[in-house]
Structures are given as C-alpha cells and as structure tokens.
Design a protein around this ligand. Sequence first.
Ligand code: TYM
Length: 357
Amino acid sequence: MTHDTSNKKILLSGIKSTGRPHIGNYFGAMKQYVDLQGNEYDSRICIVDFHSLTSIHDGEILSQYTLDLAIDFLAIGLDPKLVTIFKQSDVPELMELTWIFNCITTMPYLMRAHAFKDAEAKNKEINVGVFDYPMLMAADILIHNAEIVPVGKDQKQHVEFARDTAEKFNRIFCKTEGLSDEEAEKLNLFKLPEAYIVSDVETVPGIDGQKMSKSYNNHIPLFSEDADITRLVMSIVTDSGASLDANDPMAGIPANVFNIHKLFIGNSDLIAAGKTYLESEETLREFYKSTGGKYKPLKDALAADLIAFITPLRVRRAEIAKDTDAVRTMLAQNGAIIREKVHHLVADVRRKVGFVV
Ligand code: TYM
C-alpha cells in the first residue's frame, strides 16, 4: 500500500464472512465503500471473521467465505490503491481492546442490543460471542480512531454503542472531567465515530418485503447467475397496493417489486442502455402504472435490469478469482499494515489502563 493516508479522516467498515453477500449488503453498505474511496478518507474495509465465528463453526468454510469476500470487494470496484482491505483476525490486538471494553461495560447495557434481543426472542441458544458482539465491533471501529462508518440502518445501534464506549473509556481513563472541550480533546484517546447511512437504501427489502437478510432467506445474492435472478424475481411476493387510497403515489403498484427496482434509479449504465424509466422515482412509477397492474412485465423488467447490473460484476469476479494467491497476499500485507497503524493507539491504551509498569 503506497497511497498517502496521513492526516486524512479514517473510514472503517466491515462485513461478516458468513456466506455470499446480497444486494442488500451491496446497496446498503458496499456501494458506499466504492463511492467514498478516493482522496478524502483513509479507507479501511474489514472482513470481520472474528464476528463470523459467532455463527460459522467449520474452519474450511469460514476460510473460504473470507477469501470469497475479499474477491467480492475487488470485483465491486474497491481499488486496493485507495482502500486497505484486510481481515479482522490479522489484528489480534482487537481481542485485547475488546476485553478492556468488556471490563467497563455492564451486562444490562449489552442486553439492550437489538441483535441479542432478537436472538433471545427466537429462543436461540446464544453464545457469549453473540452477547459480546457489540464490544468487538466497538473495538473494530475505535482501534482505528475511525470517524466515519458506512453501514445499513441495522448497524446504527452498534455504532452508537461504539460511541458510548469511546466516551466511557475517555471519561474513566483519560481523566477529562472538569476540563474544557479543547483540553479534553487533547487528552482523550478515542474519537467519537459517526455512522454514515444513506437514507434511500438504509434498509433494502428482500423478495418478501421484509429487510433483505440471509437469515430470512429472502435475499438476492450479489453475484447470482441469470437463471437464479429470474427465479428469485418471479418469486417476489406481489401486492398491488389495492388497499391504498387512489391518490397515494403507490396505489396500483406492486410495492415489493418496485422497492427493489428503485435501487437502480439513476444507474447511468442502465439508462444509457435505454432504460429511461430509471431516470427518477417519478418515471419509474409511471412505467409501473403503464402496465395496468400486470406484474409479469414489471418482474421481467426488474430481472433484466438485475441481470444487466450483475453480469459485469460476475465477469470481473471470475477474472479476479483466477489468482487467489494474489488476493491472499494482499490480505496478509494489509493485515501487517493495519497492525502497524494501530500500534500506537493500543500502546497508549495499555498505558492508560495500567498495563505498563
Ligand atoms: P453484516 O455483515 O450483517 O452486513 C454488512 C453490511 O450490510 C448492511 N446490510 C444492509 N443494508 C441495507 N439493507 C439491508 N437489507 C442490509 N443487510 C445488511 C449492514 O448494515 C452492514 O453495513 N456487525 C456488522 C459487521 C461489522 C462492522 C464492524 C460494520 C463488524 N465490525 C465495524 C462496521 C464497522 C454486520 O454484521 O454486518
């Protein structure tokens, strides 16, 4: 990695390697990594395999998913000259920071986490890793002193937990009480991170209209084959919006199809290929209304647009996947780079908590 990252704000985000990413991951988060890469941020994108271990208990599978995700990141257009793609398990200092955060966090606080509450409501057997997940994620973000964290809405609470944890650590160990903001700023070890959430895509719906998620099995994988795309689109649950008032702009529009189609509004490649209905939400709605409530032509159009969007990604991915050794080398080198970058902060944390005698 040769790009100059000095004095730039740090952008950090991560994705679990628990299977193939879907278009909810892409539009909700991964696309933002690509859109924000460039000169403004020191961008660090992490495959959070420590987190993946909360649900994947097969070493070969986890390792394959992690490699696959690194290839996916390159295939969607992340430029390794502009973004440091690395894996979490190459930064063992995260375990140390997680432990330190555990020791200043209460159980009732972690019990408020949505992910934990959902698992509990479903009567799932919850491992300690799932319970402690937010503290590892706080460590992920804070170890970099990241200021911007692009995520979908479902991760908002986790970023807030990271902020709370930063504040708590600063208050307890940096002894800034009673000082002015300016004085405190100099002493505080951790910056307060902000979630970066794009409202139009904060919760991408799946084929049943609920949030798209692997665990709901309502997802469209990002690198799907054409036949799978068509099959999944044809199985979108349709509701004509007949219950809506005639003046409602969504009246007569099958919302589940439309809401996935909306993801492609403004896609210049598709518009250039003649899909002018994708110019705006208005034009897309007119296109939907023009079919007089028939689902089939709309689903055909959505499937064709998804295929046109996904095909080049799949082609690029196949090309990158020919040289997995190069991807492994990139991960190993970047892991070492990140360790080096976080070293100073970890040393300061160790001093503050009293591990240096
Ligand atoms: P994960 O792996 O579940 O999801 C990766 C990213 O995809 C977003 N996402 C969605 N966005 C919109 N609509 C959807 N249907 C949808 N489904 C998923 C997620 O919000 C996320 O941004 N805990 C995180 C991983 C993580 C992390 C981090 C993120 C670990 N450490 C540090 C940021 C910073 C997770 O499980 O994401």
